[in-house]
Design a binder for this molecule. Structure first.
Ligand SMILES: Nc1ncnc2c1ncn2[C@@H]1O[C@H](COP(=O)(O)OP(=O)(O)O)[C@@H](O)[C@H]1O
Ligand SMILES: [Mg+2]
Length: 257
């Protein structure tokens, strides 16, 4: 079981889209995929037609348990989606009460990692959608994963958010025995605009080793897919955006196994 978290300390950069698109592509080739929604906004949860305001049980339950959760408790939180091989551990808006909380006591940062230990035989891939705020939820996302994906919008203002995220990774790595590796994914790329082209060049210069070779273009099909609540590869497997994510996925699988 490979666990990848998708995070950036900025909203609207394509985190949830990256989660959904990669999940669709992984499921298409036969992998069993679990999605974990750690964002209190619950966009990933809504994408699959669950209502984060109404859910009685959600990933929030992992944070209120007084003892470590059991396998059956985790299983009870997992819901199906409209894609057979994709399941979801949904978010509820109650998560917002945790979001800015620091990791107060030992172990609080490991709630998700501990829950996932029960699922190693059941899933090939787990993709965790992280909130854009550095708090207990993001710390859980970073602690639970083997590799981090950082979508970064190709415009200059977005580079600041990326720098903040990179500093967070360095801070986390000072506490980790095994260093957290990451891949930066350029998103919303429009080769007709100077801003996109220059920004991509800057990313190459600053992060030569971490930058993905696949570049995700602006593609309106992503929004159409999210409005319909289907994974993008199901809506249009030939779209430029889906092709770019497929290229990204191939390189990630080659590198990571
Ligand atoms: N490559 C893209 N091209 C065009 N629209 C995109 C692209 N990636 C995401 N979007 C759209 O932009 C909005 C924000 O993306 P989202 O993935 O929700 O960002 P985040 O999770 O980082 O807040 C959504 O409406 C989504 O459909
Ligand atoms: Mg999101």
């Amino acid at each position: 079981m490979q666990v990848w978290s998708i995070a950036n300390q900025k909203g609207g950069v394509g985190k949830t889209t990256t989660v959904v698109t990669l999940a669709g592509l992984l499921a298409e080739v036969g992998y069993n995929v679990l999605l974990v929604d750690l964002d209190p906004h619950g966009s990933l949860t809504s994408y699959f037609h669950y209502e984060p305001d109404d859910l009685e049980h959600s990933v929030y339950d992992l944070f209120v348990a007084t003892k470590d959760v059991t396998e059956s408790q985790v299983n009870a939180l997992i819901r199906p989606t409209n894609v057979e091989k994709i399941q979801i551990l949904p978010a509820s808006t109650a998560l917002a009460t945790l979001e800015r909380r620091a990791v107060e006591h030992e172990g609080m940062g490991l709630q998700v990692a501990k829950a996932l230990r029960h699922l190693t035989d059941r899933y090939d891939y787990v993709l965790i959608d992280s909130p854009p705020v550095l708090g207990v939820l993001m710390v859980n996302a970073l602690a639970a994963c083997h590799h981090l994906l950082v979508p970064a919008q190709t415009e200059f203002l977005a580079l600041k958010g990326l720098e903040r995220m990179i500093r967070t990774i360095s801070m986390i790595n000072r506490a980790r025995k095994k260093k957290l590796t990451y891949t930066i994914i350029p998103t919303f790329y429009d080769r007709r605009t100077q801003a996109s082209v220059r920004c991509l060049r800057e990313l190459h210069k600053c992060y030569p080793d971490e930058l993905a070779s696949a570049v995700i273009p602006v593609d309106t099909k992503f929004r159409n897919a999210s409005m319909k609540g289907v994974v993008p590869s199901e809506l249009d497997s030939g779209s430029r955006g889906v092709h770019a994510y497929a290229r990204l996925l191939r390189s990630l699988i080659e590198q990571r196994g």
